[in-house]
Design a binder for this molecule. Structure first.
Ligand code: NAD
Length: 492
């Protein structure tokens, strides 16, 4: 299959474009080829989106929302197909693929509801016979840059609030996972979304990403990806005075206190550490454990890790799929070597799976380290694979300090049956998301999603908070006194 860009309501190909392959990380099978757009193609797509936005902004928001309802409905009808494509190109197990598509469906219906809200405020004026209100105004063309680990959900978190608020979007998906973007383009087309409202341009971050950020008619950049790339996006975006929303890396921890339900804690750690083969921005990659239960937790984790099935995510019995590509596989392995050099104790795992049936894909053994120093590199840096570090502490205060000692601040979790500890933790854990008696993953779409410190720059995806990225507040004063009234001066 040869993918095509989608803009102006048409699937488009251009002469002399380079194509690269899209491969299934479970078995190396070539799934498609994808074009790499030039700056000229980006410029064309942005020009189309700019023209379309002038009309789209004038469509009443509840009518804009009708298209989102239709998109959500279409995604629902195609859910199984979308999940299969997702698992093939990204590798996550099919159950999680279905979950990710469901997240997109939920977002479509939730943001469609915003078409009848998009609330502003009315407030009294300090002057007589004067009316004051604030409304959300669309901004223009929004550039979306998304990562491969959630090829569809993240794009829906960004594009649906942007669209319902009256903006148009140009979306550059990750090169590793363009097929889901292509599937979404087909859905935009099938529901008759007006031409130019949602556009997809394939290509590299350095070419297409940079061209979007530099383009004077792209007013907002919404980026999700690594902190290193996010920093570059922010620097360039800052230079061009763009509104830039960044969702970046994580180094998330589960705290297990001595009074925790250990069965539940083990389940929570396994699901959040090894789900999506550890390639979630919210994945648990540290377990901060109270010294009194450390040995018991290690024992139970080892027992349960031994039962995890590894393989092609399309097989319903598999719990852990491949990692995205060879570079990721070797990066993960290099961190395991670093952990051993740093003196951490490797309890299990730590190897690339090279024998059949794993030899054509990119599979890594679920890996557990213990006795890891809180400041060790494997406890500080994002590994983005199925590797977990156990760190021992003596108190809740120490656990919180260790949790907060990393440069990231996305998600954290605590297992405890002591309500006082739970409340203290939710207050003091310096992350954008906190779970009590659940792992570090499992965000719901109607709450804000994002993190503190090196994870973000103060914006949020998802929830009503996302609307703040895609709208400007406009304050409107209507004076019906028939005379000039001067605020702060004509006060008597
Ligand atoms: P990445 O930073 O390599 O790439 C992300 C996107 O940026 C891709 O589309 C890529 O093509 C593009 N890009 C690369 N260089 C660019 C440049 N110079 N200018 C503009 N765009 C550029 O990240 P990835 O490997 O695709 O994704 C994994 C990372 O994403 C992890 O660090 C993970 O934690 C993070 N992530 C964060 C969240 C969150 O919400 N906080 C969610 C998912 C993933």
């Amino acid at each position: 299959m040869q993918l095509q860009h989608y803009f102006d309501g048409k699937f488009q190909t251009f002469e002399n474009e380079n194509y690269v392959g899209v491969f299934n990380p479970a078995n190396g099978q070539k799934l498609a080829t994808v074009p790499m757009a030039s700056k000229g193609v980006v410029n064309e797509a942005v020009a189309i989106a700019k023209e379309a936005q002038k009309k789209w902004a004038l469509v009443p928001a509840p009518k804009r929302a009708d298209y989102l309802f239709a998109i959500g409905q279409k995604m629902k009808e195609k859910k199984e197909h979308l999940a299969q494509v997702l698992t093939k190109e990204m590798g996550k197990v099919i159950e999680e693929g279905r979950g990710e598509v469901q997240e997109g469906i939920d977002m479509a219906f939730y943001m469609a509801g915003e078409g009848r809200r998009l609330f502003g405020e009315t407030t009294p004026s300090e002057l007589a016979n004067k009316f004051a209100m604030s409304v959300r105004a669309p901004i223009g063309v929004v550039g979306l840059i998304t990562p491969w680990n959630f090829p569809v959900a993240i794009a829906t978190w960004k594009s649906f609030p942007a669209i319902v608020a009256g903006n148009t979007v140009v979306w550059k998906p990750a090169t590793e996972t363009p097929m889901m973007a292509y599937e979404m383009a087909k859905i935009f087309d099938e529901v008759g979304l007006p031409n130019g409202v949602a556009n997809v341009v394939f290509g590299s971050g350095s070419d297409v990403g940079t061209s979007l950020i530099e383009h004077p008619d792209v007013k907002v950049i919404s980026f999700t990806g690594s902190t290193a790339t996010g920093r570059k996006v922010a620097e360039l975006g800052g230079h061009h005075l763009k509104k830039v929303s960044l969702e970046m890396g994580g180094k998330n921890a589960v705290i297990v206190m001595d009074d925790a339900d250990l069965d539940l804690a083990v389940e929570g750690v396994l699901w959040s550490a090894f789900g999506t083969a550890g390639q979630r921005c919210t994945a648990c990659s540290r377990v901060i454990v109270h010294k009194d239960i450390k040995e018991e937790l290690e024992k139970r984790l080892l027992e349960e890790m031994g039962k995890l099935s590894i393989g092609d995510g399309l097989d319903e019995s598999i719990k852990i799929g491949p990692v995205i590509n060879k570079a990721a596989l070797y990066k993960i392995n290099s961190y395991v070597e670093i952990g051993q050099q740093e003196g951490a104790k490797l309890l299990t795992g730590g190897k690339i799976l090279k024998e059949p049936p794993y030899d054509q894909g990119y599979f890594y053994e679920p890996t557990l380290f213990t006795d890891v120093a809180p400041n060790a590199r494997i406890a500080q840096e994002e590994i983005f694979g199925p590797v977990v570090s156990l760190i021992t502490v003596s108190s809740l205060e120490e656990a919180i300090e260790v949790n907060n000692s990393v440069q990231y601040g996305l998600s954290s979790s605590i297992f405890t049956n002591d309500i006082n500890k739970a409340f203290q933790a939710q207050r003091d854990l310096d992350t954008g998301i906190v779970y009590v008696n659940a792992g570090t993953t499992g965000a719901e779409i109607h709450l804000p999603f994002g993190g503190t410190k090196g994870t973000g720059n103060g914006h949020r995806d998802s929830g009503i908070a996302a609307l703040d990225v895609y709208t400007e507040w406009k304050s409107i004063y209507i004076d019906y006194s028939g005379k000039l009234q001067r605020a702060q001066i004509d006060t008597e």
